[in-house]
Ligand binder design. Structure first.
Ligand SMILES: C[S@@+](CC[C@H](N)C(=O)[O-])C[C@H]1O[C@@H](n2cnc3c(N)ncnc32)[C@H](O)[C@@H]1O
Length: 240
């Protein structure tokens, strides 16, 4: 969330939470994350869990385009470790610059965003937590989760050349932007078997129209059954 259009009540919530957070340390927060989570974070977690269940019986990778701090990506890793611990043909691959928005398109993306947004992340920190979880994961000699750094417009087409075994069970499009969404769809769709799931985090959403424009340019909307989760305000998905 870019936090560019918070209501007064949301700003008050944020201030109150900051006050509470100032009284505890990071270990306290990690041991009781829901005490401090906001509605959007919990909604996102719930929707990711629902979507994950839809690909439990489909082999292959879960690819997330747009990782930011890794909250959803690490949730997929946990779900995979809990629900399919021995699925050695499941990989969870996150693509991001890890330095914020890139490739903002003047025609298709909003004018009130900039390249500093989402720059407050730390790839090495996410990698350290992947390593920590690997310590307690069955068959941990086979990697489950990896990060690919750089502009998706370049990294996605390069990545598929290196993976002859690639099958994509779920493609999550969450860069919020036109160009990267379009390239991700063009690159990964040929690797998705029938029934695989494409998730769009900002579909039909006027504050980030680029994702929807990219979808319409790559696929005929009449040929896909686009769905939403009733409790999630702007996430959509369809089965290939
Ligand atoms: C909305 S955030 C992702 C949130 C994340 N999926 C989650 O659930 O916590 C959008 C991310 O997309 C990344 N991004 C935007 N354009 C990109 C591009 N062309 N290549 C790589 N990453 C990009 C940004 O760096 C940012 O971290």
């Amino acid at each position: 969330m870019t936090q560019r259009r918070l209501t007064e009540a949301e700003q008050e919530f944020s201030a109150k939470r900051s006050e509470v957070l100032s009284k505890v340390d990071a270990k306290y927060v990690a041991s009781a994350p829901f005490v401090f989570a906001d509605r959007i974070t919990v909604t996102t977690a719930l929707s990711r869990m629902e979507l994950f269940k839809k690909v439990l019986d489909i082999p292959g990778a879960i690819i997330e385009c747009g990782v930011y701090k890794g909250n959803s990506l690490m949730l997929y890793m946990h779900l995979s470790m809990i629900l399919e611990p021995y699925a050695i043909n499941r990989s969870i691959i996150g693509f991001d610059t890890f330095s914020g928005f890139t490739g903002i398109d003047a025609q298709h993306d909003p004018s009130d965003i900039n390249t500093r947004m989402f720059a407050d992340t730390d790839m090495s920190l996410i990698e350290s937590m992947i390593e920590a979880n690997n310590l307690v994961r069955p068959v941990n000699r086979i990697p489950r989760c990896e990060l690919i750094k750089g502009d998706i417009v370049n990294t996605a087409p390069e990545f598929v050349k290196t993976r002859p075994d690639l099958v994509v069970a779920m493609l999550i499009l969450d860069t919020d932007l036109y160009a990267s969404t379009k390239v991700a769809l063009e690159t990964f769709l040929p690797y998705m078997p029938k029934g695989a799931v494409v998730v769009l985090d900002e579909v039909a959403y006027r504050n980030f129209p680029g994702e929807t424009t990219a979808l319409r340019e790559v696929l005929n909307l009449n040929t896909i059954e686009l769905k939403r989760l009733p409790f999630d305000s702007c996430t959509g998905y369809f089965h290939v």
